[in-house]
Design a protein around this ligand. Structure first.
Ligand SMILES: [Zn+2]
Length: 611
């Protein structure tokens, strides 16, 4: 709608607009009862238009693709006007509250409980407050564009400092965000963490600071030593794209928390990442812990700036569903370990083990053989730490978009290298230039266009049609051979009933997971909760028994399986299969010749291009 306004009304309009838009939403958080995991939070809003005000907790969180009920940990919710007089506040949904009457300015306050340390929730005790923002802060509907101020009380009481990507004021007590989206994407760690930082000179000569804040039982020397390792990893990741992103306020922060009581997680944000590790110390675990750092830092490009359209903007009332997680998470998964190999933190055998796990998890999975990577991405709204009390059929209908996408990345990398004298690094650079630096959100077809430009239309169309939109799989054996890596099936002559998770219960073997479609166990009708009793005439009371029994048989042989289902004994004849698990071995260790061409291919793929 277009409307012609008089000059005076334009001025008035802008004045009133400015007052509304600029008046920040002010949060104050205090910790009167940290030992029992509680915080008290107030949210003050002014310039509220007449009519009811709705405030709520979020149901999803940046980087976490399933919904979560953050409202369950909120209580003692109150509203008051400027004079401190109580206002009526009605809980209209579990996590939604309405204030029907106010005079344009009010404060909502509430108590929140949090005792879960990961990238999604809130965890408070006397040692720290580890805050994922959607799990901690309510917000008011219609005020999403207002700037935000956060005041943190009780820092001295607990001896805490503040680590966050939020912009601090001069004495680092008040932190600001431009709007709600930014605020909820900016986790905060309050603790007596140790800090180590370094400067990076970017390709455009811009100097940025990278900080490692570590809340752990390690001393400063360990943190400084570890920061050196992280710096090496950062440099190797930077080499993929040719430059670091430009971080807001010139800083990027790793918010690391290490404790055996932690849940364990990594969660990327625009200029920071939360890294929660479930171990006693950094010291002695450095190389293992780097996995999460490497994966999450790669997200500073791939997800935070090379951003799927489907994740933009964050929907805090419901999860964002995405077709692109096979690329956003899967390609990140692939590079996470590849960068550590190039940086010298993984040897060839370890890296072969990583590739083996990826390929076993995808090529032998019913999910990936039935559904394309795009569909597996969409299932993230249920699979990504989504909680269900009923059983799902995930083992048969879902293959993680992390590993599915990583195998697509592996194939594309090896094919670009062997068919075009290019590499996946070239492709990532091209996607960065087109969609990352420019921050133009992408779709799957945009990714195809970039590949088409880099290679040719026929290749890109074929690759996306068969391996992204379709369920075809690349010839990994042939592709890996170019790098002198042998993909083989070492147990192909061993009989199997398929991968079945079994646990001993009262001297019997209980099926602990749904059986996998296409396996002998599935064909036999064996179900979760059943007891596997016999194969042929041999009783199977333990996993060791089962192995011994299967060793007596050959793939293709017909046997009778006896099992108990809800107290009924069943006997079913099935054909045993070959054990199809794979391994990847360097040619030189498999008694084969590593040719100079293979060596060259392998070096350019897996070795650092840096000095
Ligand atoms: Zn990730």
């Amino acid at each position: 709608m277009k409307k012609i306004l008089s000059l005076s009304s334009i001025i008035l309009f802008f004045f009133s607009f400015a007052a509304v838009a600029d008046e920040p939403v002010k949060y104050v958080i205090s910790f009167p009862n940290a030992v029992h995991h509680e915080a008290r939070i107030s949210m003050s809003i002014s310039e509220i238009p007449a009519g009811k005000l709705t405030v709520r907790m979020s149901r999803s969180s940046p980087g976490r693709y399933a919904t979560h009920e953050f409202g369950k940990n909120v209580y003692n919710v109150q509203a008051a006007n400027e004079q401190g007089k109580s206002l009526t506040i009605n809980q209209v949904q579990g996590d939604v509250y309405e204030i029907p009457d106010h005079n344009g300015k009010l404060t909502v306050s509430y108590t929140i409980f949090g005792n879960w340390i990961d990238g999604t929730y809130l965890g408070i005790d006397e040692t720290h407050a580890h805050m994922n923002m959607p799990a901690t802060f309510m917000w008011a509907q219609g005020f999403e564009q207002r700037p935000i101020q956060l005041q943190i009380n009780d820092l001295d009481k607990y001896g805490w400092k503040v680590a966050t990507q939020l912009k601090p004021d001069t004495d680092a007590k008040i932190f600001t965000a431009a709007n709600l989206q930014y605020f909820l994407d900016s986790p905060v760690e309050l603790s007596a963490f140790k800090l180590s930082s370094w400067k990076d000179i970017n390709t455009d000569k811009n100097v940025q600071t990278i900080r490692l804040s570590a809340h752990s039982a390690d001393d400063q020397t360990v943190i400084d030593g570890y920061a050196k390792m992280v710096e090496r990893m950062v440099t190797e990741a930077k080499a993929v794209f040719g430059e670091l992103p430009t971080f807001d306020f010139g800083t990027y922060t790793f918010l690391q928390d290490v404790n055996t009581e932690n849940a364990g997680d990594g969660m990327e944000h625009r200029n920071s990442t939360v890294i929660v590790e479930r171990t006693d110390k950094i010291s002695g675990n450095e190389e293992d812990l780097l996995s999460t750092f490497s994966h999450e830092f790669f997200h500073a490009w791939n997800v935070e700036r090379i951003r799927p359209k489907t994740l933009e903007p964050f929907n805090f009332e419901h999860a964002n569903m995405s077709n692109e997680l096979w690329f956003a998470e899967g390609f990140t998964q692939y590079y996470g370990e590849l960068i550590l190999k190039r940086a010298g933190y993984r040897d060839l055998d370890t890296y072969c083990g990583t590739l083996k796990n990826l390929l076993n998890g995808v090529l032998n999975a019913p999910g990936a053989n039935t559904f394309p990577a795009t569909q597996m991405s969409r299932y993230a709204v249920f699979a990504d730490a989504g909680v269900a009390v009923d059983q799902t059929n995930q083992v048969n209908i879902f293959t993680s978009y992390y590993i599915y996408g990583a195998t697509i990345a592996l194939a594309l990398d090896l094919r670009l290298r062997s068919e075009f004298n290019l590499s996946l690094d070239d492709y990532m650079k091209a996607v960065w230039v087109t969609h990352g630096k420019t921050e133009i959100p992408y779709t799957v077809s945009d990714l195809q266009k970039v590949l088409s430009k880099l290679t040719n239309t026929a290749f890109a169309d074929d690759f996306f049609t068969r391996y992204v939109y379709g369920t075809d799989k690349n010839d990994y054996k042939k592709l890996l051979a170019k790098a002198g890596l042998v993909l083989r099936h070492p147990m192909a002559d061993k009989a199997s009933i398929g991968m079945v998770r079994l646990s001993p219960v009262n001297g019997k073997l209980r099926v602990a997971m749904n059986t996998l479609k296409g396996t002998a166990a599935y064909e036999a009708g064996l179900d979760i909760g059943d007891f596997l009793l016999k194969i042929g005439s041999d009783e199977s009371k333990s996993s060791a028994d089962l192995e011994t029994i299967l060793a007596k048989h050959k793939p293709g042989e017909e046997v009778e399986i006896t099992y108990e289902h809800r107290k009924t004994i069943k006997n079913v004849k099935v054909k045993l299969q070959a054990n199809n698990s794979m391994e990847i071995v360097p040619a030189e260790k498999a008694g084969l010749k590593l040719t100079p061409a293979m060596e060259k291919f392998r070096k350019s793929w897996l070795s650092s291009s840096l000095n």
